[in-house]
Design a protein around this ligand. Structure first.
Ligand SMILES: C[S@@+](CC[C@H](N)C(=O)[O-])C[C@H]1O[C@@H](n2cnc3c(N)ncnc32)[C@H](O)[C@@H]1O
Length: 498
């Protein structure tokens, strides 16, 4: 299995069949697509336990059989989870969701005249649950006409993080720039002593922290609001579908669901309507049973046109000229696009190949022709050009176009794989991230079209913001920064962007 970014779509390849069995077992039980590193750690750990419990069992016994008792036990899984999960979290992460809570939801909740039940699912160390609690308490103390009665259920599968959550004590790492707009609440509810930050213990009275595996459903139903953020990215498609059903069914009519910003496009459920307020996407449970919870409709991938454009690509890559602006200019003009396509196909037919002096300078023409052919659905000729180019150029741009080829051929798994390769070539190649989030996604037409329109508008106005809308709210340098952070921690090659 390749290191680095999560594997989208394609199952990873393992030389060792036992590792593959373990991967499947983890995916089935926890929903998570585990990294190789995590699996190696897990296997080591399981072997130690196993040697103690069944010292005579042959090493070749299938994993499902060998570790059956461990995977069947919730308690054992809570201990193992820390080897498999990414617990990254901080206060007021993805702060727009808290704006929605304060400005949209709490005023509406106050008209209900009843106690409210909130869930912070996969809460990690509890920063999310405490952030929600701060907003509620602040509303009650300072804004609301009549105080709201509220409770938060907050769970995670990892024993260690739940312990931290219960203690409510943190280091500076739990406070990031992303949440600075809420500093006034942090000042109000968090006290510092040396390097330790303690949450106001009064908030704990409203929060019930407990261990739980979301794959087993939700023990409590009837929520007014559920946060399930930044977990789907680690889940397989099957697990995402299963968990979306669980969440949708646990919401009261009109209640809301927040998922991570990069995950919003991955939700499509007959019981959930799209909402967009305060610059945030979220979901509201439909009041009618129309289209009831038979499961998520598997939407076909969308097929919008996209012209990859990236500032760092405006240079020669591996001897081939690739200038996104020039490609964009060629492709938007139908006549130019057609002539360019003919020219490149003629070039190929003449078998001039790369020895020809002109080839290195024809990168723009090749890319234009490939995009044009893909968009026309002429996959045969697009494939010929792509296969030719791939012999000489392995840049993010070429891999991205291979992804586009698969994508528009409705081969989403192959497409995801190529996009992932593009991202490994260039960690800030936003069109590939964009496609991945929408594919991961299985497509949600309303948000998708909205984002495309916004992106086109901002690009046409020459705004940097174009990048943000394409990759689901992340800033252009988001992945670069995530990478640097990992490099500083010495985790590079082993961790994933968060
Ligand atoms: C990246 S953290 C996200 C924390 C928080 N929701 C946020 O957005 O900041 C993902 C959390 O999901 C938890 N998790 C993963 N699989 C889970 C499962 N099957 N059931 C419950 N929690 C799970 C992990 O232990 C981890 O703490």
């Amino acid at each position: 299995m390749e290191e680095g970014l999560p594997v989208y779509g394609k199952e990873p390849y393992f030389d060792d069949p036992l590792m593959y069995q373990l991967y499947q077992q983890v995916e089935h039980t926890l929903g998570i697509r585990a990294s190789t590193d995590a699996l190696v750690q897990l296997r080591k750990h399981l072997n130690q336990i196993q040697t103690l419990v069944h010292p005579d069992q042959p090493i070749t016994t299938p994993i499902q059989e060998r570790y059956k008792h461990i995977f069947a036990s919730s308690e054992a899984l809570f201990d193992l989870a820390q080897l498999l999960t990414v617990n990254e979290t901080y206060f007021f992460r993805e702060q727009v969701h808290f704006s929605v809570l304060l400005r949209e939801l709490l005023p509406r909740f106050s008209t209900l005249n009843r106690s409210l039940r909130i869930c912070s699912a996969a809460t990690s160390t509890g920063c999310e649950a405490y952030s929600i609690a701060m907003v509620f308490d602040y509303y009650n103390q300072c804004l609301g006409y009549k105080p709201l009665s509220w409770e938060i259920d907050a769970f995670d599968i990892d024993r260690q993080v739940i312990e931290t959550a219960r203690q409510g004590r943190y280091t500076a790492n739990a406070f990031r720039e992303d949440g600075t707009q809420w500093k006034f609440l942090l000042d109000r509810y968090v006290s510092a002593a040396g390097t330790e930050y303690t949450v106001d213990p009064r908030l704990k009275d409203h929060i019930h922290f407990y261990l739980h595996n979301i794959m087993e459903g939700l023990p409590i139903q009837g929520y007014d609001l559920i946060f399930f953020r930044n977990v789907f990215i680690y889940f397989s498609l099957e697990s995402r579908i299963k968990v979306t059903n669980i969440l949708a069914n646990a919401l009261l009519p009109d209640a809301c669901l927040m998922v991570g910003i990069s995950e919003t496009a991955s939700i499509e459920h007959p019981l959930l309507a799209n909402c967009f307020k305060e610059d945030a996407f979220y979901f509201q449970k439909k009041t009618t049973e129309a289209g009831s919870s038979k499961g998520i409709k598997q939407a076909e991938p969308r097929t919008p046109r996209i012209i990859p454009k990236h500032p760092e690509l405006s240079s020669r890559k591996k001897g081939l000229t690739i200038e996104p602006d020039r490609i964009a200019a060629l492709i938007v003009d139908d006549t130019e696009a057609r002539l360019t396509t003919e020219k490149t196909l003629a070039f190929l037919a003449a078998e001039q190949r790369h020895q020809d002096d002109g080839f290195a300078g024809m990168g723009n023409e090749f890319m234009t022709a490939i995009i044009a052919l893909i968009n026309q659905g002429d996959f045969l000729r697009a494939d010929r050009l792509l296969t030719f180019i791939e012999q000489y150029d392995n840049s993010a741009y070429t891999n991205f176009l291979r992804g586009e080829y698969f994508y528009l051929k409705t081969l989403p798994l192959d497409a995801e794989y190529s996009y992932k390769v593009a991202i490994q070539q260039d960690k800030t190649f936003w069109p590939a991230f964009y496609r991945l989030s929408s594919l991961a996604a299985q497509g949600n037409p309303v948000r998708y079209v909205y984002k495309i329109n916004q992106a086109l508008e901002s690009i046409s106005q020459g705004k940097e913001r174009g990048y943000e809308v394409f990759i689901g709210g992340f800033s252009p340098d988001y992945y670069q920064r995530a990478l640097e952070k990992q490099r500083n921690k010495g985790l590079l090659n082993h961790s994933q962007p968060r």
